[in-house]
Design a protein around this ligand. Structure first.
Ligand SMILES: Nc1ncnc2c1ncn2[C@@H]1O[C@H](COP(=O)(O)OP(=O)(O)OP(=O)(O)O)[C@@H](O)[C@H]1O
Ligand SMILES: [Mg+2]
Length: 335
């Protein structure tokens, strides 16, 4: 096994990389800025800073869309530039461990790395919920009946794992982004006030609460659509609570559906082990309590929820006991 290896979690909002040589994690917004439909002007956090601010000849987009690859070439270029600038040229001949989201094609995620100019040695896949479980500190190979709810930016992945494998898993296209959209559209409808998606996200981080709104408020900046001018206005946590209720309800219902489909013996394990909540959107205040209320099952939240998949990839890469959880597509054969 090659020493130069990277673990990649291609999130729709954050690209997270584990670099085994330095035992370090790298996180960047998963965004690229393309100038005149050709050259990559910026990538990562720098591209994100241009989002919703760039002139029309500069397109700022994510190479990932709702868990799937929207642009292989942009993702390849971004990954290569990022890794080159953060490593000492060890890309050629390196091994890559990639988290594979539920229902996504193994081949596309392998091709992404295999057919790139990075010239890898091997590309290994790890099911994303399995990686999340490992990153949460669970020994997924032993544990029976574990439920993991990963609420990211554009997806929520609800999975039941047992003995190192996935028993049931479902990916829905709701998450932090659909919650931001709900805030944006509620403010537009209620106040005729237009805000950008970064402002909607800041409102969510500042005021969103899954159970009791706490009475706090914040000043936001946007465009008054009646007079057409930029203005400030105040938004309360009560307003945000009402705006995001439906989106949170969709996620809670999806968890309930999976619990209903879980074989009874595994259901007993889940009741004993509790539900593990992870992904960046697990940071929404009291979301664990809401899930606990709706499911009747104890919920544990990760301390650094957006990093659990990358941390799980790291465990597969460094701990021989978990190496068997990585697999390759039928077309690939490595020594
Ligand atoms: N304090 C916070 N409160 C609420 N949401 C937050 C907070 N911090 C981050 N988030 C949200 O977490 C999401 C990013 O999480 P994460 O990095 O797990 O997503 P991702 O892995 O890129 O997406 P996906 O897995 O859906 O492809 C964003 O929607 C962001 O707004
Ligand atoms: Mg994710």
């Amino acid at each position: 096994m090659n020493n130069h290896s990277f673990g990649c979690d291609f999130g729709s909002y954050h690209l997270k990389i584990y670099h085994k040589d330095t035992d370090a994690y790298l996180t960047q917004h998963n965004m690229v800025a393309i100038q005149d439909k050709k050259g990559m002007l910026a990538y990562g956090d720098e591209a994100y800073a241009m989002y919703e601010k760039a002139p029309s000849n500069i397109q700022v987009t994510s190479p990932m869309s709702y868990g799937n690859l929207a642009s292989i070439s942009h993702m390849q270029t971004f990954l290569k530039l990022l890794l080159e600038s953060n490593t000492k040229g060890q890309l050629k001949g390196a091994d890559y461990f990639v988290a594979l989201p539920t229902d996504m094609q193994e081949r596309i995620f392998t091709t992404l790395i295999q057919d790139s100019t990075m010239k890898p040695k091997g590309v290994y896949l790890v099911d994303k919920p399995v990686a999340a479980g490992l990153g949460l500190g669970i020994n997924v190979k032993e544990a029976q009946g574990v439920m993991i709810v990963d609420i990211g930016a554009e997806t929520t992945e609800i999975s039941v794992l047992s003995l190192g494998g996935i028993v049931i898993s479902r990916l829905i296209q709701n998450g932090g982004r659909s919650i931001d959209d709900a805030i944006q559209s509620a403010i537009r409808k209620e106040f005729n006030f237009f805000i950008g998606s970064k402002t909607a996200e800041a409102i969510k981080k500042g005021l969103a609460c899954a159970i009791e709104p706490d009475g706090s408020s914040m000043q936001i900046c946007g465009r008054n659509m009646v007079v057409g001018l930029p203005q400030m206005m105040e938004i309360t946590s009560e307003f945000v609570y009402e705006a995001i209720k439906e989106q949170l309800g969709i996620i809670m219902d999806a968890v309930k559906t999976i619990l209903e489909r879980t074989p009874p013996e595994l259901g007993v394990d889940i009741i004993q082990n509790g539900i593990y909540l992870t992904g960046g959107s697990a940071r929404i205040r009291n979301l664990d309590q809401l899930l606990q209320q709706k499911s009747g099952i104890r919920v544990t939240v990760d301390e650094e929820p957006e990093m659990s998949v990358a941390k799980g990839l790291a465990r597969v890469m460094v701990d021989r006991d978990f190496r068997s959880l990585a697999f390759v597509t039928k077309e690939q054969k490595y020594e």
